[in-house]
Write a protein that binds this ligand. Sequence first.
Ligand SMILES: [Zn+2]
Length: 179
Amino acid sequence: MKFLADGMLGKLARWLRMLGQDVTYATQLGDNDLLGLAKAEGRVLLTKDLELYKRAIKRGAEAFYVEGEVETEGLAKVAKRYGVELVVDMDKANCPICNTPLKATRKEQLRDKLEANTYLHYDRFWHCPNCGQVYWQGAHWKQITKTLAEAQSRLKTETFGALKGVGRFTAEDELKAHD
Ligand SMILES: [Zn+2]
């Protein structure tokens, strides 16, 4: 799935890239250009702008209206709609800054780029072949895992609502069986 995030969805764009999705994030484009790009590249337009969402649908572009005030809510909704797994696999992640697939890197090659402590304490590193950013699962990783767990629990709550319906149906079936 390829996405195009509107200018208000920078955070969501970065999350989806880390989750391995191809996301163009356009801060400079007007509405018409966004719609044109979504259609031309077959990207799902992600937007917080209800009017833009409606125009996209009218024009036959695939679009998703991202509701929710907190980032985990929007993330959970997009994940549910498009089957995005809320787990980061660094070997499949895209660079959150520039959307380029990350590459695993031997740490010896990064000796000059890393602080001594980081070099000492971590063994697995990835880098972006386009913008050069280096990534590792450092202290900030706890926060990433926490945010994703939060988004996952939002997903489960929604799924639970659907399952309750199934439960009722089963109970009725059982009653019928006892008739
Ligand atoms: Zn990059």
